[in-house]
Design a protein around this ligand. Structure first.
Ligand SMILES: [Zn+2]
Ligand SMILES: [Zn+2]
Length: 346
């Protein structure tokens, strides 16, 4: 089968021919119908050798959807041919966090050598992929996999961050979304669907700001050093109750720090390499700072339900498997509108 692999530190990913994997006991093989590309793939491929821990060659793709193609020994609960999405942050399945469905916070995954697909385990950017356990599959039903696959990360990650600060986002509150790319443009829609907040979106790119407006942002602002002052002005000096930073770079974190309200929340979602000093001489009194990671299994089901209800969607640019390296280049250059999705059948 064909797969998109990161093979050499510092090089671009390559489309290669590899053996089609067979599912072992308890595993499921999917015929991939769609796979999303993510900025964190670029982050991983940009790491120097001493910080790179994902193994080589690495089949990329941590957003996956497919049709159940073959069942390993002992697998029950899914049928061959069933359309599914893959829950990516795999955990041990047995600890307290995993039992609550929060496998994204499994404390045992690292010691057990369990890694998400595309971030250690072979990922979804291939004609077939192996899923390690049936609990990591969520039925897609009649949702279109190409339109939906990115909700497994670009929907789930903002949803998890938003749900964890829901209490701070009643009617009359303000939520700031920094970065209207893959995650941000879905985050704006989730905020509109499940909170009463006024949504202010920031980006450095005018096209992304127009996308932000299209998907429901009440206000859009250029993300520069004057943005925090403009947010203060929009909120009568109070600031935003929650700032979601989907970039996480030093300048955006500075905007977050300066625009969050007293007792507000900063959610650092992007892995842009920034650090935010927190305390009496940096952040406003009462403010808390979180760096959430991905989301829970039940939250993925809720995100898919929001899509099913028509409340959220992903803007998708569609590519064939052979075009994946080109799509990664565009992602790196910031010229993808919404999410790039690879369809192996194209
Ligand atoms: Zn991702
Ligand atoms: Zn666990």
């Amino acid at each position: 089968m064909r797969a998109v692999q990161y093979r050499t530190i510092g090089n671009e990913p390559e489309v290669v021919e590899v053996a089609t994997p067979d599912p072992g006991p308890g595993q499921i093989r999917l015929r991939v119908t769609a796979a999303g590309l993510c900025h964190s793939d670029s982050f991983v491929m940009g790491l120097p050798e001493e910080q790179y821990v994902y193994g080589l060659p690495l089949t990329l793709g941590h957003e996956g959807a497919g049709l159940v193609d073959a069942l390993g020994e002992g697998v029950t609960g899914v049928e061959v041919g069933e359309p599914v999405a893959v829950y990516g942050p795999w955990g041990c399945g047995l600890c307290h966090a995993c039992t609550k469905g929060a496998e994204n916070y499994c404390p045992r995954a690292a010691e057990l050598g369990i890694a998400p697909p595309g971030l250690g385990a072979p990922g979804a950017l291939a004609e077939y992929m192996i899923v390690d356990d049936v609990r990591h599959l969520v039925p897609l039903g009649d949702l279109d996999p190409v339109a939906t696959v990115s909700l497994t990360d670009a929907g789930l990650t903002p949803y998890h961050a938003i749900v964890s600060s829901l209490g701070a986002l009643p009617a009359g509150s303000t939520a700031v979304v920094i970065g209207a790319g893959g995650l941000g443009h879905v985050g704006i829609q989730i905020l509109r669907a499940i909170t009463g907040a006024t949504v202010v979106a920031l980006d450095v790119n005018e096209e992304k700001l127009s996308l932000a407006r299209e998907v429901g942002a009440h206000h859009v602002l250029l993300s520069d050093t004057s943005a925090a002052g403009e947010i203060r002005a929009l909120t009568g000096g109070v600031g935003a109750q929650v700032v979601f930073d989907f970039v996480g770079a030093p300048p955006t974190l500075e905007t977050a720090r300066k625009s969050v309200a007293l007792d507000g929340v900063i959610q650092i979602v992007g892995i842009g390499g920034g650090l935010l000093p927190t305390g009496f001489f940096s952040t406003p009194m009462g403010a808390s700072v979180r760096a959430p990671y991905w989301g829970t299994r039940s939250e993925l089901m809720e995100v898919l339900d929001l899509a099913r209800a028509g409340a959220i969607h992903v803007e998708v640019e569609r590519y064939g498997l052979d075009q994946a390296p080109e799509a990664y280049r565009k992602l790196h250059d910031g010229t993808i509108r919404g999410r790039a999705v690879v369809v192996p059948g194209d």
